[in-house]
Design a protein around this ligand. Structure first.
Ligand code: FBP
Ligand code: MG
Ligand code: MG
Length: 329
Protein backbone atom coordinates (compact mmCIF):
# COMPACT_ATOMS: atom_id res chain seq x y z
CA UNK A 1 0.00 0.00 0.00
CA UNK A 2 1.21 3.51 -0.83
CA UNK A 3 2.10 6.08 1.78
CA UNK A 4 0.53 9.54 1.41
CA UNK A 5 3.94 11.02 0.57
CA UNK A 6 4.64 8.38 -2.11
CA UNK A 7 1.24 8.95 -3.65
CA UNK A 8 1.64 12.73 -3.75
CA UNK A 9 5.11 12.44 -5.27
CA UNK A 10 3.85 10.03 -7.92
CA UNK A 11 1.19 12.62 -8.79
CA UNK A 12 3.78 15.39 -9.27
CA UNK A 13 2.51 17.40 -6.30
CA UNK A 14 4.39 20.61 -5.58
CA UNK A 15 7.14 19.84 -2.99
CA UNK A 16 6.10 22.67 -0.65
CA UNK A 17 2.45 21.64 -0.78
CA UNK A 18 3.49 18.07 0.09
CA UNK A 19 5.44 19.42 3.01
CA UNK A 20 2.44 21.40 4.25
CA UNK A 21 0.08 18.42 3.92
CA UNK A 22 2.56 16.26 5.89
CA UNK A 23 2.58 18.93 8.62
CA UNK A 24 -1.22 19.06 8.69
CA UNK A 25 -1.22 15.29 9.22
CA UNK A 26 1.11 15.67 12.22
CA UNK A 27 -1.60 17.84 13.80
CA UNK A 28 -4.46 15.52 12.81
CA UNK A 29 -2.61 12.49 14.18
CA UNK A 30 -2.28 14.28 17.52
CA UNK A 31 -6.00 15.18 17.49
CA UNK A 32 -6.83 11.54 16.69
CA UNK A 33 -4.79 10.44 19.71
CA UNK A 34 -6.55 12.90 22.04
CA UNK A 35 -9.94 11.70 20.76
CA UNK A 36 -9.01 8.06 21.22
CA UNK A 37 -8.09 8.65 24.87
CA UNK A 38 -11.40 10.48 25.46
CA UNK A 39 -12.48 10.38 29.10
CA UNK A 40 -9.14 8.77 30.08
CA UNK A 41 -7.35 12.01 29.14
CA UNK A 42 -10.06 14.18 30.73
CA UNK A 43 -10.75 15.88 27.39
CA UNK A 44 -14.52 15.37 27.18
CA UNK A 45 -17.08 17.98 28.19
CA UNK A 46 -17.58 21.67 27.77
CA UNK A 47 -15.59 24.80 28.63
CA UNK A 48 -17.21 28.01 29.82
CA UNK A 49 -15.86 29.84 26.75
CA UNK A 50 -18.07 31.05 23.89
CA UNK A 51 -16.48 31.30 20.45
CA UNK A 52 -16.98 34.03 17.82
CA UNK A 53 -20.02 32.12 16.49
CA UNK A 54 -21.73 32.39 19.88
CA UNK A 55 -21.31 28.64 20.47
CA UNK A 56 -20.02 27.18 23.71
CA UNK A 57 -16.69 25.50 23.02
CA UNK A 58 -16.11 21.87 23.90
CA UNK A 59 -12.77 21.11 25.56
CA UNK A 60 -11.77 19.24 22.42
CA UNK A 61 -12.66 22.23 20.20
CA UNK A 62 -10.08 24.23 22.15
CA UNK A 63 -7.48 21.42 22.27
CA UNK A 64 -7.81 20.67 18.53
CA UNK A 65 -7.57 24.35 17.67
CA UNK A 66 -4.40 24.74 19.76
CA UNK A 67 -2.82 21.67 18.14
CA UNK A 68 -3.61 22.92 14.61
CA UNK A 69 -2.39 26.43 15.37
CA UNK A 70 0.84 25.38 17.09
CA UNK A 71 1.84 22.85 14.46
CA UNK A 72 0.98 25.06 11.47
CA UNK A 73 2.39 28.33 12.78
CA UNK A 74 5.70 26.62 13.50
CA UNK A 75 6.03 25.85 9.82
CA UNK A 76 7.93 28.40 7.72
CA UNK A 77 5.62 27.92 4.72
CA UNK A 78 2.56 29.13 6.64
CA UNK A 79 1.88 32.87 6.39
CA UNK A 80 -1.19 32.65 8.60
CA UNK A 81 -4.19 30.65 9.70
CA UNK A 82 -7.89 31.29 10.25
CA UNK A 83 -10.02 28.99 12.35
CA UNK A 84 -13.62 28.53 13.42
CA UNK A 85 -12.39 28.91 16.99
CA UNK A 86 -10.44 32.16 16.48
CA UNK A 87 -12.27 35.46 16.08
CA UNK A 88 -9.36 36.94 14.07
CA UNK A 89 -6.84 35.39 11.70
CA UNK A 90 -3.46 34.52 13.24
CA UNK A 91 -0.28 35.56 11.39
CA UNK A 92 2.63 33.19 10.82
CA UNK A 93 5.80 33.67 8.77
CA UNK A 94 5.34 36.89 6.71
CA UNK A 95 7.31 35.22 3.88
CA UNK A 96 5.24 32.02 4.03
CA UNK A 97 3.58 30.81 0.86
CA UNK A 98 0.30 29.39 2.22
CA UNK A 99 -2.73 30.34 4.26
CA UNK A 100 -4.60 27.53 6.01
CA UNK A 101 -8.24 27.93 7.00
CA UNK A 102 -9.76 25.22 9.17
CA UNK A 103 -12.55 23.86 11.32
CA UNK A 104 -10.40 22.07 13.93
CA UNK A 105 -13.22 19.84 15.11
CA UNK A 106 -16.40 19.50 13.11
CA UNK A 107 -19.47 17.93 14.66
CA UNK A 108 -18.22 18.61 18.15
CA UNK A 109 -21.65 17.98 19.68
CA UNK A 110 -20.87 14.31 18.87
CA UNK A 111 -17.78 14.13 21.07
CA UNK A 112 -19.46 13.35 24.35
CA UNK A 113 -21.58 10.58 22.77
CA UNK A 114 -18.52 8.97 21.12
CA UNK A 115 -19.71 9.48 17.55
CA UNK A 116 -17.67 10.59 14.51
CA UNK A 117 -16.09 14.05 14.26
CA UNK A 118 -13.47 15.50 11.92
CA UNK A 119 -11.01 18.25 11.02
CA UNK A 120 -11.72 20.21 7.81
CA UNK A 121 -9.03 22.28 6.06
CA UNK A 122 -8.64 24.57 3.06
CA UNK A 123 -5.25 25.68 1.66
CA UNK A 124 -4.91 29.00 -0.15
CA UNK A 125 -1.95 30.78 -1.70
CA UNK A 126 -0.91 33.74 0.51
CA UNK A 127 -1.05 36.95 -1.55
CA UNK A 128 2.37 38.64 -1.27
CA UNK A 129 3.20 41.52 1.10
CA UNK A 130 -0.02 41.58 3.07
CA UNK A 131 -0.80 41.81 6.74
CA UNK A 132 -1.80 38.25 7.62
CA UNK A 133 -3.27 39.32 10.94
CA UNK A 134 -6.07 41.03 9.01
CA UNK A 135 -8.76 39.03 7.26
CA UNK A 136 -8.27 40.61 3.82
CA UNK A 137 -5.69 38.12 2.38
CA UNK A 138 -7.89 35.19 3.41
CA UNK A 139 -11.02 36.43 1.65
CA UNK A 140 -10.65 34.36 -1.50
CA UNK A 141 -13.38 32.39 -3.23
CA UNK A 142 -13.39 28.59 -3.08
CA UNK A 143 -12.16 28.47 -6.68
CA UNK A 144 -8.79 29.76 -5.45
CA UNK A 145 -8.19 26.78 -3.14
CA UNK A 146 -4.96 24.92 -3.93
CA UNK A 147 -5.96 21.91 -1.88
CA UNK A 148 -8.70 20.92 0.55
CA UNK A 149 -9.71 17.98 2.64
CA UNK A 150 -10.68 16.55 5.96
CA UNK A 151 -9.70 13.88 8.43
CA UNK A 152 -12.69 11.92 9.68
CA UNK A 153 -12.16 10.43 13.13
CA UNK A 154 -14.54 7.48 12.99
CA UNK A 155 -13.97 3.77 13.65
CA UNK A 156 -10.81 4.48 11.63
CA UNK A 157 -9.18 7.85 10.94
CA UNK A 158 -9.39 8.67 7.22
CA UNK A 159 -7.82 11.56 5.31
CA UNK A 160 -9.81 12.63 2.26
CA UNK A 161 -7.75 14.95 0.09
CA UNK A 162 -7.84 16.85 -3.17
CA UNK A 163 -5.05 18.90 -4.70
CA UNK A 164 -7.25 19.61 -7.73
CA UNK A 165 -6.50 16.26 -9.40
CA UNK A 166 -9.37 14.13 -8.10
CA UNK A 167 -10.16 12.86 -4.63
CA UNK A 168 -8.24 10.19 -2.76
CA UNK A 169 -8.67 8.54 0.64
CA UNK A 170 -5.92 7.49 3.05
CA UNK A 171 -6.47 5.44 6.21
CA UNK A 172 -4.31 6.03 9.30
CA UNK A 173 -2.43 2.89 10.36
CA UNK A 174 -1.56 1.93 13.96
CA UNK A 175 1.86 3.52 13.35
CA UNK A 176 0.20 6.84 12.45
CA UNK A 177 1.00 6.67 8.73
CA UNK A 178 -1.66 7.54 6.16
CA UNK A 179 -1.96 4.84 3.48
CA UNK A 180 -3.87 5.08 0.21
CA UNK A 181 -7.08 3.07 0.52
CA UNK A 182 -9.34 4.57 -2.20
CA UNK A 183 -8.14 6.21 -5.36
CA UNK A 184 -9.97 8.62 -7.66
CA UNK A 185 -13.30 8.64 -5.80
CA UNK A 186 -16.35 9.38 -7.98
CA UNK A 187 -19.85 10.06 -6.61
CA UNK A 188 -22.72 8.19 -8.31
CA UNK A 189 -24.84 10.68 -10.31
CA UNK A 190 -28.13 9.47 -8.86
CA UNK A 191 -29.16 8.56 -5.34
CA UNK A 192 -32.00 7.43 -3.10
CA UNK A 193 -30.53 8.88 0.10
CA UNK A 194 -30.85 12.36 1.58
CA UNK A 195 -29.55 14.05 4.73
CA UNK A 196 -31.19 17.08 6.33
CA UNK A 197 -32.12 18.07 9.87
CA UNK A 198 -35.88 17.45 9.53
CA UNK A 199 -36.65 19.25 12.80
CA UNK A 200 -36.13 22.54 10.94
CA UNK A 201 -38.81 21.74 8.34
CA UNK A 202 -41.12 24.58 9.35
CA UNK A 203 -38.30 27.15 9.09
CA UNK A 204 -37.25 26.39 5.49
CA UNK A 205 -38.08 28.32 2.31
CA UNK A 206 -41.10 26.93 0.41
CA UNK A 207 -38.86 25.51 -2.34
CA UNK A 208 -36.86 23.44 0.17
CA UNK A 209 -40.05 22.26 1.89
CA UNK A 210 -41.57 21.23 -1.45
CA UNK A 211 -38.43 19.35 -2.43
CA UNK A 212 -38.19 17.38 0.82
CA UNK A 213 -41.95 16.74 0.93
CA UNK A 214 -41.68 15.19 -2.54
CA UNK A 215 -38.78 12.99 -1.39
CA UNK A 216 -40.95 11.76 1.47
CA UNK A 217 -43.77 10.86 -0.95
CA UNK A 218 -41.34 8.32 -2.40
CA UNK A 219 -42.50 6.09 -5.24
CA UNK A 220 -46.03 7.58 -5.00
CA UNK A 221 -44.77 11.14 -5.58
CA UNK A 222 -43.25 13.07 -8.49
CA UNK A 223 -39.73 11.72 -7.80
CA UNK A 224 -41.05 8.16 -8.35
CA UNK A 225 -38.64 6.38 -6.00
CA UNK A 226 -38.39 5.66 -2.29
CA UNK A 227 -35.70 7.55 -0.39
CA UNK A 228 -33.74 6.69 2.75
CA UNK A 229 -32.66 9.38 5.26
CA UNK A 230 -29.55 9.83 7.43
CA UNK A 231 -28.41 12.57 9.88
CA UNK A 232 -25.13 12.27 11.80
CA UNK A 233 -24.97 15.97 12.84
CA UNK A 234 -21.38 16.21 11.65
CA UNK A 235 -20.91 17.59 8.16
CA UNK A 236 -17.64 15.72 7.85
CA UNK A 237 -19.37 12.36 8.34
CA UNK A 238 -22.25 13.29 6.01
CA UNK A 239 -19.82 14.30 3.24
CA UNK A 240 -17.85 11.11 3.79
CA UNK A 241 -21.01 9.05 3.29
CA UNK A 242 -21.86 11.02 0.14
CA UNK A 243 -18.33 10.51 -1.25
CA UNK A 244 -18.49 6.82 -0.39
CA UNK A 245 -21.93 5.81 -1.68
CA UNK A 246 -23.62 8.94 -3.09
CA UNK A 247 -26.50 10.95 -1.65
CA UNK A 248 -27.45 14.55 -1.06
CA UNK A 249 -26.56 16.50 2.09
CA UNK A 250 -28.24 19.81 2.71
CA UNK A 251 -28.14 22.44 5.45
CA UNK A 252 -30.25 25.23 3.94
CA UNK A 253 -31.08 28.76 5.01
CA UNK A 254 -33.78 28.77 7.65
CA UNK A 255 -35.93 31.35 9.36
CA UNK A 256 -34.43 30.76 12.82
CA UNK A 257 -31.62 33.16 11.81
CA UNK A 258 -33.14 34.96 8.82
CA UNK A 259 -30.25 37.38 8.34
CA UNK A 260 -27.66 34.60 8.01
CA UNK A 261 -27.42 32.80 4.65
CA UNK A 262 -27.13 29.45 6.47
CA UNK A 263 -25.62 27.70 9.48
CA UNK A 264 -22.46 26.28 7.97
CA UNK A 265 -19.37 28.41 7.43
CA UNK A 266 -18.25 29.19 3.88
CA UNK A 267 -14.48 29.28 4.23
CA UNK A 268 -13.79 26.24 6.41
CA UNK A 269 -16.85 24.06 5.83
CA UNK A 270 -18.59 25.02 2.55
CA UNK A 271 -15.56 25.66 0.33
CA UNK A 272 -13.30 22.71 1.19
CA UNK A 273 -16.21 20.26 1.05
CA UNK A 274 -17.39 21.78 -2.25
CA UNK A 275 -13.94 21.32 -3.79
CA UNK A 276 -13.92 17.64 -2.77
CA UNK A 277 -17.46 17.09 -4.06
CA UNK A 278 -16.82 18.80 -7.41
CA UNK A 279 -13.54 16.95 -7.83
CA UNK A 280 -15.49 13.70 -7.32
CA UNK A 281 -18.01 14.62 -10.04
CA UNK A 282 -20.75 15.96 -7.75
CA UNK A 283 -22.30 19.40 -7.30
CA UNK A 284 -22.16 21.84 -4.37
CA UNK A 285 -24.60 24.74 -4.39
CA UNK A 286 -26.27 27.34 -2.20
CA UNK A 287 -29.48 26.26 -4.06
CA UNK A 288 -28.94 28.91 -6.76
CA UNK A 289 -25.25 28.88 -7.74
CA UNK A 290 -21.96 27.12 -7.00
CA UNK A 291 -20.69 27.63 -3.46
CA UNK A 292 -17.11 28.02 -4.68
CA UNK A 293 -18.12 31.09 -6.72
CA UNK A 294 -19.25 33.00 -3.62
CA UNK A 295 -16.86 35.92 -2.90
CA UNK A 296 -16.42 36.02 0.89
CA UNK A 297 -16.70 39.26 2.90
CA UNK A 298 -15.87 37.71 6.26
CA UNK A 299 -13.74 34.76 7.43
CA UNK A 300 -16.70 33.45 9.43
CA UNK A 301 -19.30 34.06 6.71
CA UNK A 302 -22.16 31.53 6.58
CA UNK A 303 -23.56 29.79 3.54
CA UNK A 304 -26.49 27.57 2.61
CA UNK A 305 -25.02 24.19 1.60
CA UNK A 306 -26.48 21.46 -0.60
CA UNK A 307 -24.08 18.96 -2.11
CA UNK A 308 -23.73 15.48 -3.48
CA UNK A 309 -24.93 13.34 -6.38
CA UNK A 310 -25.10 15.57 -9.45
CA UNK A 311 -28.61 14.74 -10.69
CA UNK A 312 -30.16 15.00 -7.22
CA UNK A 313 -28.58 18.40 -6.57
CA UNK A 314 -29.79 19.57 -9.98
CA UNK A 315 -33.32 18.44 -9.06
CA UNK A 316 -33.15 20.46 -5.83
CA UNK A 317 -31.97 23.53 -7.77
CA UNK A 318 -34.90 23.16 -10.16
CA UNK A 319 -37.35 23.42 -7.23
CA UNK A 320 -35.68 26.72 -6.28
CA UNK A 321 -35.56 28.02 -9.87
CA UNK A 322 -39.29 27.24 -10.26
CA UNK A 323 -40.23 29.25 -7.17
CA UNK A 324 -38.02 32.13 -8.34
CA UNK A 325 -39.65 32.17 -11.80
CA UNK A 326 -43.19 32.25 -10.31
CA UNK A 327 -42.07 35.17 -8.09
CA UNK A 328 -40.87 37.05 -11.21
CA UNK A 329 -44.05 36.28 -13.24
O1 FBP B 1 -27.23 20.17 15.20
P1 FBP B 1 -27.57 20.54 13.80
O2 FBP B 1 -28.21 21.87 13.64
O3 FBP B 1 -28.25 19.46 13.04
O4 FBP B 1 -26.16 20.81 13.09
C1 FBP B 1 -25.29 19.88 12.63
C2 FBP B 1 -24.29 20.66 11.85
O5 FBP B 1 -23.52 21.48 12.71
C3 FBP B 1 -22.15 21.23 12.54
O6 FBP B 1 -21.79 20.30 13.51
C4 FBP B 1 -21.31 22.45 12.73
O7 FBP B 1 -19.95 22.17 12.97
P2 FBP B 1 -19.14 22.48 14.34
O8 FBP B 1 -19.23 21.33 15.26
O9 FBP B 1 -17.76 22.65 13.76
O10 FBP B 1 -19.69 23.77 14.91
C5 FBP B 1 -22.06 20.57 11.17
O11 FBP B 1 -21.01 19.72 11.08
C6 FBP B 1 -23.36 19.79 11.09
O12 FBP B 1 -23.78 19.57 9.79
MG1 MG C 1 -18.03 22.43 11.67
MG1 MG D 1 -15.92 22.99 14.67
Amino acid sequence: MQLLSQFLRRNDTDEQLMDLIATLMVACKEIALQLREGALAGVLGTTDITNVQGETQKKLDVISNEIMKTVLLNHSLVAGVASEEESESVPGNPDGRFLVVFDPLDGSSNIDINVSVGTIFSILEAPKDQDYSTEHPYLQSGRKQIAAGYVLYGPSAVLVLTTGKGVNMFTMSHTGDFLLTRENVMIPEETREFAINMSNHRFWEPAMRNYVDDLLLGADGPREKNYNMRWVAAMVAEVHRVLTRGGIFTYPWDARSPKKPGKLRLMYEGNPMSMLIEQAGGLATNCYSDIMDVEPDDIHERVSVSLGSRKEVEALMEYHARVESTKEA
